[in-house]
Design a protein around this ligand. Structure first.
Ligand code: 13P
Length: 253
Protein backbone atom coordinates (compact mmCIF):
# COMPACT_ATOMS: atom_id res chain seq x y z
CA UNK A 1 0.00 0.00 0.00
CA UNK A 2 1.32 3.48 -0.86
CA UNK A 3 1.51 5.73 2.20
CA UNK A 4 -1.32 8.23 2.62
CA UNK A 5 -0.79 11.68 1.17
CA UNK A 6 -2.92 14.82 1.29
CA UNK A 7 -2.05 17.89 -0.78
CA UNK A 8 -3.46 21.39 -0.36
CA UNK A 9 -3.77 23.31 -3.62
CA UNK A 10 -4.50 26.89 -2.62
CA UNK A 11 -4.77 27.98 -6.28
CA UNK A 12 -4.76 31.83 -6.39
CA UNK A 13 -5.99 32.17 -2.81
CA UNK A 14 -4.58 32.71 0.65
CA UNK A 15 -2.23 35.25 2.15
CA UNK A 16 0.43 35.45 4.85
CA UNK A 17 -2.19 35.39 7.57
CA UNK A 18 -3.64 32.13 6.29
CA UNK A 19 -0.13 30.66 6.10
CA UNK A 20 0.29 31.33 9.81
CA UNK A 21 -3.18 30.06 10.65
CA UNK A 22 -2.91 26.75 8.81
CA UNK A 23 0.70 26.22 9.88
CA UNK A 24 -0.32 26.70 13.51
CA UNK A 25 -3.14 24.16 13.27
CA UNK A 26 -0.91 21.62 11.55
CA UNK A 27 1.89 22.20 14.06
CA UNK A 28 -0.45 21.70 17.00
CA UNK A 29 -1.82 18.52 15.44
CA UNK A 30 1.57 17.04 14.54
CA UNK A 31 1.20 14.20 17.01
CA UNK A 32 -2.10 13.17 15.35
CA UNK A 33 -0.74 13.22 11.83
CA UNK A 34 2.04 10.68 12.02
CA UNK A 35 0.69 8.37 9.31
CA UNK A 36 -0.07 10.90 6.59
CA UNK A 37 2.28 13.05 4.52
CA UNK A 38 0.98 16.58 4.04
CA UNK A 39 2.00 18.90 1.20
CA UNK A 40 0.94 22.53 0.85
CA UNK A 41 1.01 24.22 -2.58
CA UNK A 42 0.42 27.95 -2.02
CA UNK A 43 0.87 30.64 -4.66
CA UNK A 44 4.63 30.71 -5.32
CA UNK A 45 5.13 34.09 -3.64
CA UNK A 46 3.90 32.58 -0.35
CA UNK A 47 6.42 29.75 -0.37
CA UNK A 48 9.01 31.75 1.63
CA UNK A 49 6.38 32.56 4.28
CA UNK A 50 5.55 28.84 4.52
CA UNK A 51 9.24 27.99 4.63
CA UNK A 52 9.55 30.01 7.84
CA UNK A 53 6.66 28.15 9.45
CA UNK A 54 7.62 24.65 8.46
CA UNK A 55 10.42 23.48 10.65
CA UNK A 56 9.34 19.89 11.05
CA UNK A 57 9.53 17.00 8.64
CA UNK A 58 5.88 16.12 8.33
CA UNK A 59 4.93 19.03 6.08
CA UNK A 60 6.28 19.48 2.58
CA UNK A 61 5.85 22.44 0.27
CA UNK A 62 4.90 22.24 -3.37
CA UNK A 63 4.60 24.43 -6.45
CA UNK A 64 1.31 24.71 -8.35
CA UNK A 65 3.16 24.81 -11.64
CA UNK A 66 6.69 25.27 -12.97
CA UNK A 67 8.52 26.32 -16.07
CA UNK A 68 10.37 23.54 -17.85
CA UNK A 69 13.41 25.69 -18.65
CA UNK A 70 16.34 26.12 -16.27
CA UNK A 71 16.48 29.93 -16.56
CA UNK A 72 16.27 32.70 -19.13
CA UNK A 73 13.81 35.04 -20.78
CA UNK A 74 10.51 33.60 -19.47
CA UNK A 75 8.73 36.56 -17.93
CA UNK A 76 6.40 35.62 -15.11
CA UNK A 77 7.58 32.01 -14.82
CA UNK A 78 9.33 30.02 -12.06
CA UNK A 79 12.15 27.53 -12.54
CA UNK A 80 12.61 24.43 -10.44
CA UNK A 81 15.77 25.96 -8.95
CA UNK A 82 13.80 28.99 -7.71
CA UNK A 83 10.99 26.83 -6.37
CA UNK A 84 13.48 24.60 -4.63
CA UNK A 85 15.20 27.58 -3.07
CA UNK A 86 11.79 28.71 -1.77
CA UNK A 87 11.30 25.36 -0.06
CA UNK A 88 9.30 23.29 -2.55
CA UNK A 89 10.04 19.64 -3.17
CA UNK A 90 6.72 18.75 -4.81
CA UNK A 91 5.29 20.16 -8.05
CA UNK A 92 1.78 19.89 -9.46
CA UNK A 93 1.79 19.40 -13.22
CA UNK A 94 -1.11 19.51 -15.65
CA UNK A 95 -3.83 20.79 -13.35
CA UNK A 96 -7.02 21.08 -15.38
CA UNK A 97 -7.14 24.85 -14.83
CA UNK A 98 -3.71 25.14 -16.43
CA UNK A 99 -4.68 22.81 -19.26
CA UNK A 100 -7.96 24.64 -19.88
CA UNK A 101 -7.09 28.32 -19.35
CA UNK A 102 -3.28 28.72 -19.44
CA UNK A 103 -2.19 26.79 -22.46
CA UNK A 104 -0.77 23.64 -20.90
CA UNK A 105 -1.10 21.27 -23.84
CA UNK A 106 -0.33 17.59 -23.45
CA UNK A 107 3.07 18.27 -24.92
CA UNK A 108 3.84 21.06 -22.50
CA UNK A 109 2.74 18.85 -19.60
CA UNK A 110 5.13 16.21 -20.86
CA UNK A 111 7.99 18.74 -21.04
CA UNK A 112 7.32 19.73 -17.42
CA UNK A 113 7.31 16.10 -16.29
CA UNK A 114 10.64 15.56 -18.02
CA UNK A 115 12.06 18.74 -16.46
CA UNK A 116 11.20 17.59 -12.94
CA UNK A 117 12.66 14.14 -13.49
CA UNK A 118 15.89 15.44 -14.95
CA UNK A 119 16.32 18.12 -12.27
CA UNK A 120 18.90 17.21 -9.59
CA UNK A 121 18.43 13.59 -8.80
CA UNK A 122 15.18 12.65 -7.10
CA UNK A 123 14.81 16.08 -5.54
CA UNK A 124 11.25 16.81 -6.59
CA UNK A 125 8.17 14.64 -6.59
CA UNK A 126 5.70 15.47 -9.33
CA UNK A 127 1.97 15.25 -9.02
CA UNK A 128 0.51 14.60 -12.45
CA UNK A 129 -3.12 15.74 -12.63
CA UNK A 130 -5.47 13.97 -15.02
CA UNK A 131 -9.23 13.96 -15.46
CA UNK A 132 -12.09 14.17 -17.90
CA UNK A 133 -14.57 16.95 -18.70
CA UNK A 134 -18.26 16.39 -18.10
CA UNK A 135 -19.07 15.91 -21.81
CA UNK A 136 -16.33 13.29 -22.04
CA UNK A 137 -17.79 11.38 -19.09
CA UNK A 138 -21.28 11.64 -20.55
CA UNK A 139 -19.94 10.24 -23.82
CA UNK A 140 -18.43 7.26 -21.97
CA UNK A 141 -14.89 8.40 -22.77
CA UNK A 142 -13.49 8.83 -19.24
CA UNK A 143 -11.00 5.95 -19.31
CA UNK A 144 -9.86 6.79 -22.84
CA UNK A 145 -9.18 10.43 -21.88
CA UNK A 146 -7.31 9.52 -18.71
CA UNK A 147 -5.26 6.91 -20.53
CA UNK A 148 -4.27 9.39 -23.22
CA UNK A 149 -3.21 11.96 -20.60
CA UNK A 150 -1.09 9.33 -18.79
CA UNK A 151 0.49 8.08 -21.99
CA UNK A 152 1.44 11.50 -23.22
CA UNK A 153 2.70 12.89 -19.92
CA UNK A 154 4.71 9.84 -18.89
CA UNK A 155 6.05 9.00 -22.33
CA UNK A 156 9.74 9.47 -21.44
CA UNK A 157 9.59 8.23 -17.86
CA UNK A 158 11.58 5.13 -16.92
CA UNK A 159 10.69 2.49 -14.34
CA UNK A 160 13.54 3.81 -12.19
CA UNK A 161 11.99 7.29 -12.10
CA UNK A 162 8.48 6.22 -11.24
CA UNK A 163 9.12 6.49 -7.50
CA UNK A 164 9.09 10.28 -7.97
CA UNK A 165 5.59 10.28 -9.44
CA UNK A 166 2.19 10.80 -7.81
CA UNK A 167 -0.98 10.76 -9.92
CA UNK A 168 -4.03 12.84 -9.02
CA UNK A 169 -7.36 12.03 -10.64
CA UNK A 170 -9.48 15.17 -10.75
CA UNK A 171 -12.66 14.94 -12.81
CA UNK A 172 -13.07 18.48 -14.16
CA UNK A 173 -16.82 18.48 -13.45
CA UNK A 174 -16.12 17.87 -9.75
CA UNK A 175 -13.62 20.70 -9.27
CA UNK A 176 -15.00 23.58 -7.24
CA UNK A 177 -18.56 22.53 -8.03
CA UNK A 178 -19.52 20.65 -4.86
CA UNK A 179 -20.33 17.70 -7.18
CA UNK A 180 -17.94 15.11 -5.78
CA UNK A 181 -17.43 11.89 -7.71
CA UNK A 182 -18.97 9.02 -5.77
CA UNK A 183 -16.40 6.75 -4.11
CA UNK A 184 -17.31 4.05 -6.65
CA UNK A 185 -16.89 6.42 -9.64
CA UNK A 186 -13.51 7.55 -8.35
CA UNK A 187 -12.35 4.02 -7.47
CA UNK A 188 -13.19 2.79 -10.97
CA UNK A 189 -10.83 5.32 -12.53
CA UNK A 190 -8.17 4.86 -9.84
CA UNK A 191 -8.19 1.09 -10.41
CA UNK A 192 -7.67 1.72 -14.12
CA UNK A 193 -4.79 4.15 -13.40
CA UNK A 194 -3.15 1.63 -11.06
CA UNK A 195 -3.46 -1.14 -13.63
CA UNK A 196 -2.08 1.07 -16.42
CA UNK A 197 0.88 2.16 -14.28
CA UNK A 198 1.75 -1.40 -13.24
CA UNK A 199 1.53 -2.61 -16.81
CA UNK A 200 3.77 0.22 -17.99
CA UNK A 201 6.28 0.46 -15.10
CA UNK A 202 6.08 -2.90 -13.32
CA UNK A 203 5.40 -3.82 -9.71
CA UNK A 204 7.07 -0.67 -8.35
CA UNK A 205 4.01 1.23 -9.56
CA UNK A 206 1.98 -0.43 -6.80
CA UNK A 207 3.60 2.09 -4.46
CA UNK A 208 2.64 5.23 -6.40
CA UNK A 209 0.15 7.30 -4.38
CA UNK A 210 -3.08 7.90 -6.31
CA UNK A 211 -4.96 10.96 -5.10
CA UNK A 212 -8.54 11.96 -5.75
CA UNK A 213 -9.40 15.65 -6.17
CA UNK A 214 -12.68 17.46 -6.77
CA UNK A 215 -14.88 18.85 -3.98
CA UNK A 216 -13.26 16.78 -1.23
CA UNK A 217 -14.61 18.07 2.09
CA UNK A 218 -14.30 17.06 5.72
CA UNK A 219 -17.56 15.12 5.50
CA UNK A 220 -16.88 13.07 2.36
CA UNK A 221 -13.12 12.47 2.66
CA UNK A 222 -13.29 9.31 4.76
CA UNK A 223 -15.56 7.39 2.37
CA UNK A 224 -13.44 8.35 -0.64
CA UNK A 225 -10.17 7.42 1.10
CA UNK A 226 -11.65 4.08 2.18
CA UNK A 227 -11.56 2.87 -1.44
CA UNK A 228 -8.78 0.42 -2.28
CA UNK A 229 -6.91 2.59 -4.79
CA UNK A 230 -7.51 6.04 -3.30
CA UNK A 231 -4.45 6.86 -1.24
CA UNK A 232 -5.29 10.45 -0.39
CA UNK A 233 -6.54 13.70 -1.84
CA UNK A 234 -5.72 16.88 -3.70
CA UNK A 235 -7.73 19.53 -1.92
CA UNK A 236 -8.75 22.93 -3.29
CA UNK A 237 -11.42 24.95 -1.47
CA UNK A 238 -11.35 22.97 1.77
CA UNK A 239 -7.60 23.50 2.12
CA UNK A 240 -8.31 27.19 2.80
CA UNK A 241 -10.13 26.28 6.01
CA UNK A 242 -7.65 25.03 8.59
CA UNK A 243 -10.06 22.83 10.56
CA UNK A 244 -11.59 21.24 7.47
CA UNK A 245 -8.17 20.56 6.01
CA UNK A 246 -6.98 19.03 9.27
CA UNK A 247 -9.98 16.69 9.34
CA UNK A 248 -9.29 15.64 5.76
CA UNK A 249 -5.66 14.87 6.66
CA UNK A 250 -6.85 12.80 9.63
CA UNK A 251 -9.30 10.92 7.42
CA UNK A 252 -6.46 9.79 5.14
CA UNK A 253 -4.58 7.92 7.88
P1 13P B 1 -11.83 21.77 -5.04
O1 13P B 1 -11.42 20.92 -3.85
O2 13P B 1 -12.04 23.20 -4.68
O3 13P B 1 -12.96 21.14 -5.80
O4 13P B 1 -10.57 21.79 -6.04
C1 13P B 1 -9.99 20.58 -6.38
C2 13P B 1 -8.73 20.87 -7.11
O5 13P B 1 -8.73 21.30 -8.25
C3 13P B 1 -7.45 20.65 -6.40
O6 13P B 1 -6.38 20.74 -7.26
Amino acid sequence: QPSPLVIANWKMNGNRQLVQQLAKVLRESQADLTEVAVVVCPPAVLLPAWQQEVFYDAIHLGAQDLNEHASGAHTGEHSLALLHEAGADYALIGHSERRQFYGDSGQRVQAKVDAVLSYQEHLFKLVLCVGEHEQERDAGRTIEVVQQQLEEALQNVSAAQIAQVVVAYEPVWAIGTGKTATPAQAQEVHAFIRQWLVQRFGAAAQQIPLLYGGSVKADNAATLFAEADIDGGLIGGASLEAQAFLEICRAAQ
